[in-house]
Design a protein around this ligand. Structure first.
Ligand code: ZN
Length: 275
């Protein structure tokens, strides 16, 4: 893979339409390298459209990933909600694979007041069932649980790295803005470097060569994330993060989730190339 690619979470605002195909074309026109297809409010793409998406991404040279619906909780109390959550993840992986996306990002669970260690085991067991099914279907997408921004959500850096270390097809989605908002820390070169170091130690160099990163500015309180902001409106030290990513020769996708989408993705890309 060619180094570190920058792109948007969803179709850029300046695309001809909000369709995924027009989004991919716009990404290429802007000189960006990747785009995450947002299925966050449901999977609304036919197989025929998915194949067209794959062809477009191929001819435009744009790398794709997909984000699963928000309505996933692998720690739900009701078995039918677990099943529905697993189905949503499976369906995302199936359509993502048809689109030629290599990674599927998802928000794993809520603690619902349960002890985190117990929730970890529950999430892991239910995720393993999904992975087994994907294997049966010969679906090779990377399944990526995301580092989450609120204290009530499963997804500390440690939990995500542990899942990634213990399950073969799992790799992390590291949302540096979320982790900064959640911890109130991790906003300096040294701290960013310590995360990358940990990724390498726990998951191996391969993980740094195949990273999936979410980035944006962020507003937060002592409970963690409040909302995403544009980079320049927030305290997030993205230049220091970009320096760390460069020094560690991190490869993969950086998905920008600022409200301005492509404007901040371009800012990240140009800053990275001159850092
Ligand atoms: Zn997300």
């Amino acid at each position: 893979m060619a180094g570190l690619l920058f792109g948007t979470g969803g179709t850029p605002h300046s695309s001809q339409s909000q369709s995924t195909v027009d989004g991919i074309k716009r990404i290429a026109e802007l000189g960006l390298g990747c785009m995450e297809i947002e299925f966050v409010y449901g999977i609304n793409m036919s197989e025929t459209s998915a194949r067209l998406v794959a062809d477009t991404a191929n001819s435009e040279g744009v790398r794709l990933s997909a984000h699963a619906p928000y309505y996933i909780n692998l720690n739900a109390r009701e078995p039918e909600k677990i099943k529905a959550s697993q189905d949503r993840l499976l369906q995302t992986a199936r359509i993502a694979s048809l689109c030629g996306a290599k990674s599927v990002v998802f928000h794993p669970a809520f603690y619902l007041g349960n002890p985190p260690e117990i929730v970890y085991d529950t999430v892991k067991a239910h995720l393993e069932e999904v992975l087994r099914q994907l294997k049966k279907e010969n679906n090779r997408v990377w399944v990526r649980p995301e580092v989450m921004g609120k204290g009530s959500t499963f997804g500390t850096l440690e939990e995500i790295l542990k899942l990634s270390a213990e399950l073969d097809e799992v790799n992390p989605c590291i949302d540096f803005a979320h982790w900064h908002a959640r911890s109130g820390l991790f906003n300096s070169y040294q701290e960013f470097a310590s995360i990358l170091q940990q990724v390498e130690e726990r998951l191996g160099r391969d993980a740094l060569d195949n990273m999936h990163i979410h980035l944006s500015g962020i507003a937060y309180s002592d409970k963690g994330e409040r909302k995403h902001l544009n980079l320049e409106e927030s305290d997030f030290q993205y230049i220091e993060l970009l320096r760390a990513l460069k020094d560690y020769e991190v490869k993969g996708l950086v998905i920008c989730e600022s409200p301005s989408l492509e404007a901040d993705a371009l800012l990240l890309q140009s800053t990275y190339s001159t850092t």
